[in-house]
Design a protein around this ligand. Structure first.
Ligand SMILES: [Zn+2]
Length: 369
């Protein structure tokens, strides 16, 4: 295997995967006999992948090379509109066109399109998306996209694919068990476990939870899920903005849109006052939510991710850590690191792009048909 991997024909993605701990899997494949050559072949005829992030505030389409390096992105704000499946399909088609022409890639060079959805994907002959936060029930999104795009399309939950990406090349590298906290308007978490074999990597190594709807306050705020006191009702982006606007010394936001307003809030929080007070409280609620996850799942790393995690993370991380120190069991706290996501603003799209990469690896390097 060593000689194979040091070959000049090995592309960067292999070394990336080696760095990211997949080398053991390559070893297992090697012991099967004959396969490493196939793996190298994957890298030789490299192509591009597309990742799609369907969120409540934006639809983002990213073009990545085979090492998951971002080549181009197209982002469409959807803040004010209800996200109908038909319009999502139109945005994805437009976005794929946009990123592909920006980079000058031919559609035939695309290995596949991965789509991360903020909900559950029901497997079957026709995969169906259930995403209550978007008002989607049994939407055949994959079929709809396949009708418009002549490239393989794969769907999965966005927190799960994000967990995969953080594990491969983000803040989860080298960890045994990572919890990725996905913060946006909604709040979710993925639990990703380092694959122990090549076969593992092909199947799911990341599972999701409805962490946002775990209760942190008895008789607390009403949540859009119908319950009360859910974590999301305290640390979801809109909840944080509402919190601020309820304070007497809050001043109206200059900008429209949840993402722009949260950035404005974080900028204001640099000086003492209402904004700083709200972020402190948010850090405490989030820290309690994370402590619960740590006590339940004993991870060695927790990663704050998602667009709201990226916006608020640098400002709240010290206070989050401090809250966790006070609430997690000491021996659990002693073995965990809490870090910011490292995948940038296109983290969720990048996570979705791991779906076609996994399929290509699983197919032994052949382009999916
Ligand atoms: Zn809830």
């Amino acid at each position: 295997m060593t000689s194979g991997l040091s070959s000049a024909t090995v592309s960067n993605v292999v070394s990336d995967l080696i760095n990211d701990g997949v080398v053991a899997e390559a070893g297992l494949v090697d012991s099967d006999g004959g396969r490493p050559r196939t793996l190298l072949q994957v890298r030789g005829e490299f192509g591009y992948v597309v990742g799609v992030d369907i969120g409540e505030t934006h639809v983002q389409i990213g073009l990545f090379d085979y090492t998951l390096k971002t080549m181009a992105t197209a982002t469409y704000s959807v803040a004010a509109t209800r996200l109908e499946p038909d319009s999502v399909v139109s945005l994805v088609v437009a976005g794929v066109d946009e990123v592909v022409s920006k980079v000058g890639v031919h559609a035939g060079d695309l290995l596949g399109i991965g789509v991360g959805v903020p909900g559950a994907v029901q497997a079957g002959a026709h995969e169906l998306v259930h995403a209550p936060t978007l008002g989607w029930s049994a939407v055949p999104l994959a079929d709809m996209l396949r009708r418009e795009l002549s490239v393989p399309v794969y769907l999965d939950n966005c927190a799960r694919t994000l967990g995969q990406a953080e594990m491969w090349r983000g803040a989860g590298r080298g960890a045994r068990r990572v919890i990725v906290a996905l913060l946006g308007v909604g709040v979710g978490a993925a639990v990703a476990t380092a694959p122990e074999s090549f076969r593992d990597m092909m199947s799911t190594t990341s599972t999701t939870s409805e962490w946002g709807h775990t209760v942190i306050n008895v008789d607390g705020r009403p949540c859009r899920c119908g319950s009360k006191g859910c974590l999301e009702a305290y640390v979801g982006a809109e909840a944080v903005l509402d919190d601020y606007l309820r304070l007497r010394d809050a001043t109206p936001f200059a900008q429209e849109g949840t993402e722009a307003r949260l950035a404005e809030l974080v900028a204001r929080a640099k000086a003492p006052g209402a904004a700083a007070q709200v972020l402190d409280k948010t850090a405490e609620y989030l820290g309690i939510g994370i402590s619960n996850l740590i006590n339940l799942l004993s991870p060695d790393r927790v990663v704050l991710s998602g667009w709201a995690g990226a916006t608020m993370g640098p400002a709240i991380l010290p206070a989050v850590r401090d809250t966790v120190r006070r609430h997690a069991l000491p021996y659990m706290y002693g073995q965990v690191r809490i870090e910011l996501g490292e995948l940038g603003p296109e983290a969720v799209a990048l996570g979705a792009a791991t779906l076609p990469v996994i399929r290509v690896l699983a197919a032994g390097g052949s382009k999916p048909s």
